[in-house]
Design a protein around this ligand. Structure first.
Ligand code: FES
Length: 101
């Protein structure tokens, strides 16, 4: 299986997601902090959106009912704490921060 590359917008930062790794965990492993709280797909603290050129990209969830409506999913919203990218994606997350080394 390939290693999806995740691009954050507008920063342009990129990181690789290992097989089955959530976007949140992959970002943290790369030293990037995304908003989060529950980390189980219920609180919505981490909600962000696929960039327009990534809408429709293959993203799967580790839980059956992530805290998103059908309309939100269709509009490209996702919860990085429980979302796994199956291919390269770009997501809009203005609150991403580099973690101190
Ligand atoms: S951190 Fe709570 S839904 Fe993602």
């Amino acid at each position: 299986m390939s290693t999806p590359i995740i691009t954050l917008r507008p920063s342009g930062w990129t990181f690789a997601a290992q097989d089955g790794e959530t976007l949140l965990r992959a970002a943290e492993r790369a030293g990037i902090e995304l908003a989060s709280s529950c980390r189980n797909g219920t609180c919505r603290a981490c909600i962000c959106r696929l960039a327009p050129d990534s809408r429709g990209a293959a993203v799967r969830y580790l839980v059956d009912w992530p805290g998103l409506s059908v309309d939100e999913k269709r509009d490209g919203y996702l919860l990085p704490c429980v979302a796994v990218a199956e291919e390269d994606v770009a997501i809009e997350q203005r609150l991403a921060r580099r973690m101190p080394a």
